[in-house]
Design a protein around this ligand. Structure first.
Ligand code: SAH
Ligand code: SF4
Length: 379
């Protein structure tokens, strides 16, 4: 038997310990990480199944069960052999989201609360649009958010962590399965700032696009205005829609409720948006929350029209969804919203809409996603 290394007089390096297998007692040995199928692309599935001695077409079948049919149970993959299903059961897991709560609004909007492996929770919102016979899902990209816009409930949580691409895609697949209907539109407008989690966001798009179920033209990403990432995204030349949370026509106003404006002021942001259009020729969406007494005057509407004069965009007005009186924001009344819209239309050639409100009775409307299961990251 080889002597125990610690009984020798030599000083042992970490490498020695590693070779001797001594730096990890059984208690430190983490359980073997079981591969998750959701998050693996076709090439990864092919490699895994080739390793198991399965023909290549099995990987395509498996890929289709995961990403097209969105099944939640390996047993439902009926064209795979019993032997392969057993192996998948034994050596893999499908996904990792656990449904904690599901609330259905009067208008059919459904809010899903998911627990992640590490105990954090995130929300996704599913919206059926009867009149358009279509459905839309709004997914989260982070637990909380670092950007800390004054009017946003998610911002109050602070950033806990980024989501992985698998965690982002599984929201879509889970809801696709649960609703029993195809998803026609995907919007990255849930919790978090998608462009702050750039790599996982791009990887999620790649995984979604590989299944060819949802084309880029049916995907919208909303950003608070991270200028370098907008430019980077422009260079990817994807056909998705970029929505930008502008919310003010001048720096003084924007600085009051969007701290990110100090880092990337409006002139820089507008430069990046023009660059995005030049690279992609995709019309942008400008989002503008209406906050009573702060950014909803005639002068603001006029200034907004002037600012956006040369940009190819549609403008979407979002009446503020209250998140708590303590934050000091107020929603303008309906007449004030309509007046802002009319003044803007008089000073702009762009299409202006007021966002249809959905799911307000279950706190599923824009900016209200901050589940009560999540403790704030800072006081
Ligand atoms: N972080 C990204 C995407 C998530 S927020 C972004 O900020 O764009 C999605 C949209 O909801 C943004 O336009 C955001 O400004 C808006 N929003 C946040 N809080 C809101 C609130 N209380 N009422 C109305 N819209 C809100
Ligand atoms: Fe983050 Fe968007 Fe909320 Fe701002 S509005 S805090 S960027 S999620």
């Amino acid at each position: 038997m080889t002597p125990h290394p610690t009984q020798t007089n030599t000083v042992l390096s970490q490498q020695d310990l590693l070779e001797a297998g001594l730096n990890r007692g059984p208690a430190d040995n983490p359980p073997r990480e079981i591969p998750r199928l959701i998050g693996m692309d076709l090439a990864a599935l092919e490699a895994m199944l080739a390793d198991w001695g399965e023909p290549a077409f099995r990987a395509r079948q498996l890929h289709s069960w995961i990403y097209v049919h969105a099944v939640r149970d390996i047993e439902a993959m009926t064209n795979l052999s019993k032997g392969l299903r057993n192996r998948l059961h034994q050596d893999t897991r499908l996904g990792q989201l656990e449904l904690v709560d599901k609330q259905i609004s009067r208008d059919g909007t459904t809010k899903y609360l998911f627990r992640l492996q590490d105990g954090n929770v995130i929300e996704s919102v599913w919206m059926p649009f009867q009149e358009r016979e279509s459905t839309s899902i709004c997914v989260s990209t982070q637990v909380g958010c670092a950007v800390n816009c004054g009017f946003c409930a998610t911002g109050k949580l602070g950033l806990k962590r980024h989501l992985s691409a698998a965690e982002i895609v599984e929201q879509l697949l889970y809801v696709r399965h649960d609703s029993g209907q195809p998803i026609n539109n995907l919007v990255f407008m849930g919790q978090g700032e998608p462009l702050h989690n750039y790599d996982a966001f791009i990887e999620a798009l790649r995984l979604i696009n590989q299944s060819a179920e949802l084309g880029m033209r049916h995907i919208t990403v909303s950003t608070a205005g991270l200028v370098p990432q907008i430019r980077k995204l422009a260079d990817e030349q994807l056909q998705l829609t970029l929505a930008v949370s502008l919310h003010a026509p001048d720096d003084d106003t924007r600085n009051r409720f969007m701290p990110i404006n100090q880092r990337y002021p409006i002139a820089e942001l507008m430069g990046a948006l023009q660059y995005y259009y030049d690279q992609t020729h995709r019309r942008l969406t400008i989002e503008y929350i209406l906050l009573a007494g702060l950014n909803d005057s005639d002068a603001h509407a006029q200034a907004l029209g002037n600012l956006l004069e040369t940009l190819h965009c549609n403008i979407n007005l979002i009446p503020y969804n209250p998140i708590g009186a303590e934050y000091g924001f107020k929603r303008p009344d309906r007449l004030a919203c309509l007046r802002f819209k009319r003044t803007l239309e008089a000073h702009s050639r762009h299409k202006v809409t007021i966002r249809l409100e959905r799911g307000t009775d279950i706190d599923a409307a824009c900016g209200q996603l901050a589940n009560r299961h999540q403790a704030p990251a800072r006081s």
